[in-house]
Design a protein around this ligand. Structure first.
Ligand SMILES: NC(=O)C1=CN([C@@H]2O[C@H](COP(=O)(O)OP(=O)(O)OC[C@H]3O[C@@H](n4cnc5c(N)ncnc54)[C@H](O)[C@@H]3O)[C@@H](O)[C@H]2O)C=CC1
Ligand SMILES: O=C(O)[C@@H]1CCC=N1
Length: 261
């Protein structure tokens, strides 16, 4: 199965790196394109078996799956370039945030019909096979849906949702990487103020956040249930939590997520 990624930047490049470590796709069947040779060289230096090209139409011709990973304002230009070389047997995956199926259909419709189109929103942890990827499908068969889910499941976890939920899933799962990292940075700064070296604080905070997330997934529990196990009555955790809430912790996160729509 041949996969071509149009636009191997932060996200397209991360997907290529993840795919190169997967078992479902042969690395030699991955092709990436980019605007600059420097970007392509960076991918080659990660894995020299990944094919690189600056020719988008050549890259899509023999691909079974085409992943479009350019910035939103470039989608029209890219579609104009590649649409004449796309047929209905190919699967298109757009990871371009905010571009709906209605628009993608117009861009990629071949003759009377549109090919199977997916919208996928991964996060940058896809490069290490730890992404959360939200997927919506359009004009696709159940087999095609299974195939795309299996690919993204190998690169972390994936969930098939209705298109109307993509906006919320993008804020939580994709922008969420940046939000979680900002918490981690803040905690590191607090640790340094309390006397830890930066590298020590980073190690403590990173493992603690990873462990907290693993607890939820392992125990299938609600966060507050796990918090109850940490907060000794009259103890220091609840004092810290309440102080954070006085400063608007939960409210700031909800407002930030909603602003990301
Ligand atoms: N960065 C992220 O965490 C996420 C990004 N996305 C979406 O992914 C898309 C790409 O975002 P980034 O990877 O962050 O941007 P980026 O700027 O890092 O990557 C875009 C790539 O497109 C290439 N490009 C530009 N013009 C081209 C052309 N004519 N032909 C071929 N390649 C061309 C550039 O060389 C660059 O490597 C956006 O639409 C964004 O909404 C979606 C989920 C997460
Ligand atoms: O910030 C953005 O617009 C992109 C989409 C989701 C993550 N990064």
């Amino acid at each position: 199965m041949k996969i071509s990624i149009i636009g191997a930047g932060n996200m397209g490049g991360a997907i290529a790196k993840g795919l190169a470590q997967s078992t479902l796709i042969n690395t030699t069947d991955i092709t990436v394109t980019a605007a600059t040779q420097k970007t392509l060289d960076a991918i080659k230096s990660f894995n020299r078996d990944i094919n690189t090209s600056k020719n988008n139409s050549e890259a899509v011709k023999n691909a079974n799956i085409i992943i479009i990973a350019v910035k939103p304002w470039l989608i029209d230009k890219i579609a104009k370039e590649i649409a004449p070389y796309i047929n209905n047997n190919q699967i298109i995956i757009s990871i371009v945030a905010g571009v709906p199926f209605e628009y993608l259909d117009k861009l990629f419709r071949c003759a009377q019909d549109a090919p199977a189109i997916f919208r996928a929103i991964p996060n940058t942890a896809i490069s290490i096979k730890e992404s959360m990827t939200a997927i919506a499908s359009y004009n696709a068969s159940t087999e095609q849906e299974k195939l795309i889910l299996s690919i993204f499941n190998e690169l972390g976890k994936s969930i098939l949702i209705e298109e109307r939920l993509m906006v919320a899933a993008t804020a939580l799962g994709s922008c969420g990487t940046a939000f979680a990292l900002r918490y981690i940075r803040a905690a590191i700064e607090g640790g340094i103020e309390m006397g830890l070296y930066a590298h020590q604080a980073k190690e403590i905070v990173s493992q603690t956040v990873k462990g907290a997330a693993e607890l939820l997934m392992h125990n299938q529990s609600h966060p507050e249930e796990e918090i109850d196990k940490v907060t000794t009555p009259g103890g220091i955790t609840i004092k810290g939590l309440n102080e954070m809430e006085h400063a608007g912790f939960t409210s700031a996160i909800i407002r930030g997520l909603k602003a990301s729509r």
